[in-house]
Design a protein around this ligand. Structure first.
Ligand code: TXA
Ligand code: MG
Length: 334
């Protein structure tokens, strides 16, 4: 986009938000479908547009640190430390909410999730709208999160007032979600800011069992979003652990109509059609390409997808977390 039409799109987006409309906004993680976070009606429209379950709360996006203070009851020192280190950036922090947050945003919880995104277009739109912006990922509920404007159009055209194209999202998976509302800092969703980085900043951070897919189904989810089968392409995905050689043999015996492999750039050739999603050790590249790869598999008519398992270290933990959900916890160990 040239600078003049860029400015116009930002101004139009801000105006639509002020009027209570819905705007798809680029962020550094994934695209979000935004509404004025302080307007309960506008926020309710997000749930309708996405087909999102009513009990799944939204993240509130801010452009200035000062705005945080009025959205939550208190900003503790640990929260300030995280903001200083990681904002603007792919980190969402959960705290007890203030009276300003409409019930639609927090879906009945006493807490609210807040983040300051690192995308210049997102920041400018929020600033100009004059209000914090509630925004879940701009996909139809259950579909892979969108990392390009084309993904958003495919899911939401006709359901929102405007889609602002900011190019491909550089992080590619959603923000890291950490709660400071409990007795100890707890990682609820891994993302662009790693667990290792959080521990370096805060010392003690525990990972919710659901991060690695070990949640106890009998207990209520700490983060409602984690209980849904998520990021799912239409195909059945199976996550395969083990060496490339073993993988190659395994899928070679299972080829057929609609059967695909999802592998790393540096893996060898296979007997069945495959898509690649980054180098085996390049977790950031895997994160950038994963959701697009899942959507491409749908476009190619995949019915069964065998996916090479990423190493769950650093940002790889986020990649693993998304893939295991896309696979609805179907795993094979070779
Ligand atoms: O990167 C991102 O976070 C993107 C961009 C648009 O900012 N947004 C995003 O939003 O991924 P969404 O709605 O798709 O995911 C928000 C996650 C959900 O899993 C939700 O359950 C959780 O955050 N969440 C939100 N508020 C919460 C709260 N008060 N307590 C626990 N979990 C919360
Ligand atoms: Mg989402």
């Amino acid at each position: 986009m040239d600078p003049e039409s860029g400015r116009k799109a930002i101004e139009l987006a801000a105006e639509i938000l002020r009027r209570g409309g819905l705007v798809v906004i680029p962020t550094e993680t994934v695209y979000g479908i935004g509404a004025d976070a302080l307007n309960g009606q506008a926020v309710a429209d997000i749930f309708r547009a996405k087909g999102r379950p009513q009990d799944n709360p939204l993240i509130v996006h801010i452009a200035r640190l000062e705005d945080w203070d009025r959205l939550v009851r208190r900003v503790p020192q640990a929260a300030r430390t995280l903001a200083e280190r990681f904002w603007p950036g792919p980190l969402t922090v959960i705290l007890e909410k203030s009276g300003l947050i409409p019930g639609e945003v927090s879906a009945g919880l006493s807490t609210v999730a807040v983040r300051m995104p690192a995308h210049p277009v997102a920041l400018e739109i929020i600033r100009r709208s004059g209000s914090p912006v509630a925004a879940p990922s701009a996909n139809l509920s259950g579909r892979p999160s969108p990392t390009s404007a084309a993904h958003c159009m495919a899911d939401l055209q006709g359901r929102v007032d405007l889609v602002v194209d900011g190019g491909d999202c550089p992080v590619g998976v959603e923000s890291t979600v950490v709660t400071l509302a409990g007795p100890r800092p707890r990682l609820l969703r891994p993302g662009g800011v790693t667990l290792e980085q959080l521990r370096e900043a805060l010392g003690d951070v525990e990972a919710d069992p659901a991060v690695l897919g070990q949640a106890d189904p009998a207990k209520p989810a700490s983060s409602p979003g984690m209980k849904y089968r998520h990021y799912a392409p239409k195909a059945e995905v199976i996550l395969v652990h083990g060496s490339f050689q073993a993988f190659s043999r395994y899928v070679g015996e299972r080829g057929g109509d609609g059967v695909f492999a999802l592998v790393f750039d540096d893996d060898g050739e296979l007997e069945i059609p495959c898509l690649r999603y980054g180098g085996r050790m390049d977790h950031r590249e895997q994160a950038r390409r994963l959701f697009d790869a899942l959507r491409r598999l749908d476009d190619r008519g995949a019915r069964t997808v065998y996916a090479r398992c990423p190493d769950p270290k650093g940002v790889g933990l986020a990649v693993f977390n998304r893939l295991i959900r896309a696979a609805a916890f179907r795993e094979v160990r070779l």
